[in-house]
Write a protein that binds this ligand. Structure first.
Ligand code: FPP
Length: 250
């Protein structure tokens, strides 16, 4: 991954830094439209922003970055647009396969990969294999592909029910921790901070189980324009929040 070129207030962020940040990469289409470019140019710029923000997260010590790249509902877009997003994913995955071991970056996918092309699935499998050889504490990027929070929960429920039917699990032993172990995010702490750029104020089926106590940060900046300073602002806002998890202020 490219080195961070901007100097930002990293020291201010070190205290109470979120361990896991999740981002809905929204606004690529509007960014392109404003410039008279095709929507696909917005996704191209958005993919570069992903690379830049992932590099920055790694450099400042955020351990997990989860991004919403393609939802279970995004198949409704034109074949051209879907094809362009898949082509971008392929390009970045091919690059990741070559560089992640060197850069100590783990890469994982959330979502139902069954309708994804065999080529992309094979690349995702390869990145999982490489990640398995890296240290558990290394920075990890999670890319949500054909992902929907409801779909993730349904897949988990189906698998749990199947395990019960097979006599491997009992319904009464199901608790938060066990249910979490059936999700795509198994083993990964819930995101402390969820960011949505582009001015939209909704969750759009993103991390529905995991967001129970996440702090939310919304900004009008479109995703391709989101940079290190914008992330600093989001982190500073998070650091100013009082998190009570249903308790009272001590
Ligand atoms: C939302 O903006 C963006 C997407 C649905 C696609 C995001 C995909 C990428 C950034 C490319 C590949 C990703 C990686 C990780 C390499 P929108 O198109 O809904 O924007 P709009 O609301 O302005 O139309």
């Amino acid at each position: 991954m490219a080195n961070v070129s901007k100097t930002t207030d990293m020291a201010g962020q070190m205290k109470n830094l979120p361990r896991h940040i999740a981002i809905i990469m929204d606004g690529n289409g509007r960014w392109a439209q404003k410039r008279g470019l095709p929507r696909t140019a917005g996704h191209k710029a958005g993919a570069e922003t992903f690379r830049r923000i992932a590099t920055y997260c790694k450099n400042i010590g955020v351990q997990y970055l989860t991004v919403y790249a393609f939802s279970t509902e995004n198949w409704k877009r034109s074949t051209d647009e879907v094809g362009a997003i898949m082509a971008l994913l392929k390009k970045y995955l091919l690059e990741a396969v070559d560089t992640m071991e060197r850069d100590h970056i783990r890469l994982h996918f959330f979502g139902d990969m069954s309708p994804i092309s065999p080529e992309l699935r094979a690349l995702a499998y390869e990145t999982d294999e490489i990640s398995a050889h890296l240290a558990p504490g290394d920075f990890q990027a999670n890319v949500c592909l054909n992902y929907g929070g409801r779909d993730e929960i349904l897949r988990a429920v189906r698998q749990f029910a199947a395990d019960c039917a097979a006599g491997e699990k009992k319904p009464e032993e199901l608790d938060d921790a066990m249910f979490s172990s059936y999700l795509d995010s198994r083993g990964i702490p819930d995101p402390e901070l969820i960011i949505r750029p582009s001015g939209e104020l909704r969750l759009s089926n993103f991390l529905l189980w995991q967001c129970a106590y996440s702090e939310f940060y919304f900004t009008d900046v479109l995703w391709p324009d989101f940079d290190e300073e914008e992330l600093d602002k989001a982190i500073a806002a998070y650091q100013g929040r009082e998190r009570r998890f249903g308790g009272v202020k001590k």
